[in-house]
Design a protein around this ligand. Structure first.
Ligand code: MOS
Length: 750
């Protein structure tokens, strides 16, 4: 049989959830209209730090429809009783606990919840709550916070945390380097802006159990968290996140709206929904601000001899959020001397958090601007400079990669872009009043695979359901599952249903870190292989036992709804016939894919990363300094691509977000008030359609059977990494002006 006839792995299947989404049938957390639902609206602190002295609720309670006002004074006793709880991605420190006591830790902290029969009544009444505070001095300014920066002992918060490993003598080599550069780089604070605001609908069943429809990237993490933090017990909490309207990391950890909604439900023994407003979305997760000092030294021909990295990122006073900022250049480039220092600086905001490619999107991007500067200092073409310093191995850890087709990405990207036609001098390309610039940068991210379970149920009508508690945060997980199942059991996609986003389903981690497709895909494959084995045993009941002597499922081909002998393709029997012969009305299995013993050895000895080469054209209006990103080619090496269509969409989204990082996104803190001032879409700018022109995505050939069972590396994050550097480098090439602070707003080009 011809395997390529299947709509399986490698085909551009349209999203299986696409119609549900565009017709509005797909339900998001705030769209479950359970009966008797109450609506909660948070009251946010107007001070940044201090104590709550009193809360005047009289006017709010007088509003028709208001049911109750909940604060630290009357919250359910069972909330926060268990001091040992952590959420799935807890970091060192003490996570924020809404309405725990009278302490205010950050501006916009929820200090009360007004619950009413309607959303409108709750929102109006919330505006009438008068809170008196005792204010304490605060600091939200990153520059000022640097005086208190500290280097945390490298607690392993996740298995992918890489403390910098120095090599050689970077300082001495820098002193001796014939060609050198030094720069201080900066990335502004950015806030996650997923389309769907954080929301929770808590359904109170009245029997001690609750169902929580939550906007979160992992159902079981939130289930475990609510069970412990509220003393509910896991079996009493079900969390559903079937559809997630974007996350970008803001939903990795449960946010305060779910704390409030559950408290409201417990307190009133009613179903309660809490939805954040867009402005409230600026009171929690955000990408840390970063300052990064980079010194590079090279031989006259451009061969790097040393790199000195020193970065600090922002965190809160109550938790230590750390990122991998300085390691990317140390891993990526061949350079005998390298050092990395990293610190975090606390300020009186909510804790900074993972945001699409946390660490790499910041560190690799800023490092790639420094690389461009060094290429110019050495008088070498920026692409040639990267190829000259190419490292075949992970240069920081001294380990080989399971695969690294970055060279091919540079070559194919350059060819598609037409890089060879670039004129090297800044300001040398012009059309009308537009200066034209071409820039290049490298991207890098982790390729991870996490333990994940999946269930497969094949019924006598030939329909298959695959299910896992994993999530689809918009990345295409549903579609990937259907394709892997179609591929493994040879069924048409229309006969396959994928279920996700429910804590009742087989165990899976939060969706993040770009491990979803590799992990959930592997689990689905394993479960479907297990179904295949059961089918092979069932085939023994077929008249004439045509499959006798087949040595395991490797001896079978599954296609067109049938199982086929590889050694005799004329023997083919439909799966439904096999099941009927054995009297089976269903085959149900559950399997867990996890890094095995063999893989663990390889994990310790090999590095697993995705890579990309980004080429970019900008046009800068010479009079207005307005920058347009007119052309981007992003060439990605990410192992096996399950679905070129959804994969391309991931890269497009990453590139657009990289454009935001390069040109627009920046949250400004008012130092006196301690608040984020531009907490809305009008003043926090993200790229709009008119900002987005040609984006071309290339996936280079990178077979890698070792990185994960399917050879998949993941794509959710690599698209943003380095993109802003390619834009910044193109702006330098266009204008001759080097801007080391992102975003590059018009004022910086004056
Ligand atoms: Mo991603 S920042 O791991 O959701």
């Amino acid at each position: 049989m011809n395997a390529s006839a299947k709509i399986g792995i490698g085909s551009s299947l349209s999203r299986v959830d696409g119609v549900e989404k565009v017709t509005g049938r797909a339900k998001y957390a705030a769209e479950y209209n359970v009966s008797g639902l109450l609506h909660g609206m948070a009251v946010n602190s107007r001070i940044t730090k201090g104590k709550i002295l009193s809360i005047d609720e009289a006017a709010a309670r007088a509003v028709p429809g208001v049911v109750d006002v909940i604060s630290h004074l009357n919250r359910p006793k069972q909330a926060w009783l268990d001091r040992s709880w952590k959420d799935e991605l807890s970091i060192p420190g003490e996570p924020f606990k809404a309405l725990h006591d009278d302490t205010v830790l950050f501006a916009g902290q929820p200090v009360a919840l007004v619950v009413a029969e309607t959303f409108e009544a709750a929102r109006f009444a919330a505006s009438l709550i008068e809170v008196r505070y005792e204010e304490e001095a605060h600091n939200v300014d990153f520059e000022a916070s640097l005086a208190e920066k500290f280097t945390p002992s490298y607690l392993k918060r996740r298995n992918n945390y890489h403390p910098p490993k120095n090599r050689g003598d970077a300082e001495a080599a820098f002193a001796a380097a014939p060609v050198k550069m030094h720069g201080e780089y900066h990335l502004a604070t950015e806030h996650h802006n997923p389309m769907e605001m954080h929301a929770s609908t808590v359904e109170w069943h009245g029997d001690g159990t609750i169902t929580v429809y939550d906007k979160v990237q992992g159902s079981q993490g939130t289930q475990a968290y609510l069970a412990s933090a509220f003393g509910l017990g896991k079996k009493n909490v079900r969390v559903v996140n079937a559809y997630v309207g974007g996350g970008f990391g803001s939903g990795l950890r449960p946010q305060w709206q779910v704390q409030l909604a559950v408290m409201g439900a417990i307190h009133l023994e009613r179903s309660v929904r809490v939805v954040m407003t867009r402005q409230q979305m600026f009171t929690h997760a955000h990408r840390p601000e970063c300052t990064y000092s980079i010194s590079l030294g090279a031989e006259p021909n451009g061969k790097l001899t040393t790199m000195i990295n020193d970065a600090t990122t922002s965190t809160s006073r109550f938790e230590s959020n750390m990122e991998d900022i300085v390691v990317w250049g140390m891993m990526g480039y061949d350079c005998p001397n390298a050092s990395g220092e990293y610190a975090i600086a606390p300020r009186d905001t909510y804790t900074s958090a993972d945001m699409r490619a946390p660490g790499a999107a910041t560190g690799m991007t800023l490092f790639e601007i420094a690389m461009d500067e060094m290429a110019y200092a050495a008088g070498v073409d920026p692409l040639d400079f990267r190829l000259l310093n190419y490292s075949e191995v992970d240069a920081m850890n001294g380990t080989p990669y399971t695969s690294k087709a970055l060279r091919e990405a540079y070559q194919e990207g350059a060819a598609r872009f037409g890089w060879a036609k670039r004129s090297p001098e800044p300001r040398s390309m012009k059309e009308g009043r537009e200066l034209i610039g071409w820039g290049v940068a490298t991207g890098m991210w982790d390729a991870q695979f996490s333990k994940t379970a999946a269930r497969a149920v094949l019924t006598a009508d030939g329909k298959l359901e695959v299910a896992s508690a994993s999530s689809d945060i918009g990345t295409g997980t549903y579609t990937v599952m259907v394709q892997v199942a179609a591929d493994t059991l040879g069924l048409p996609p229309e006969q396959i249903t994928a279920k996700l986003g429910d804590s009742d389903l087989p165990e899976a981690p939060v969706e993040g870190g770009s491990w979803g497709a590799a992990s959930t895909g592997a689990a689905v494959q394993l479960a479907c292989q297990s179904v295949a084995k059961k089918l092979l045993s069932a085939a023994d009941k077929l008249e004439g036992t045509p499959f006798r002597g087949v040595n395991g499922i490797e001896g079978l081909e599954f296609a067109d709804g049938a199982m086929i002998r590889r050694d005799n393709p004329d023997i083919r029997v439909s799966l439904t016939e096999v099941m009927a012969a054995a009297g089976l009305d269903r085959i149900e299995v559950e399997e867990t894919a996890k890094p095995g013993v063999h893989d663990m050895v390889s994990m310790a000895r090999k590095s697993r990363n995705t890579h990309s080469a980004i080429f970019c054209e900008v046009r800068v209006d010479e009079e207005l300094n307005q920058v347009r990103v007119t052309r981007v080619v992003n060439a990605v090496a990410a192992g096996r691509i399950i679905n070129p269509k959804t994969a391309r969409s991931q890269i497009l989204g990453g590139v657009v977000m990289g454009m935001g990082m390069a040109l627009h996104e920046e949250t400004f803190a008012d130092r006196t008030l301690g608040r984020w001032m531009n907490h809305n879409y009008a003043e926090y700018h993200v790229p709009a359609h008119a900002d987005v022109h040609d984006i071309d995505v290339i996936f280079v050939h990178e077979p890698d059977p070792e990185v994960s069972p399917l050879g998949v590396k993941g794509l959710g994050e690599i698209g943003i990494v380095g993109t802003a550097a390619a834009i910044a480098n193109a702006i330098y090439h266009a204008t001759g002006k080097r801007v080391r602070e992102l975003p590059i707003t018009i004022d910086k080009l004056l």
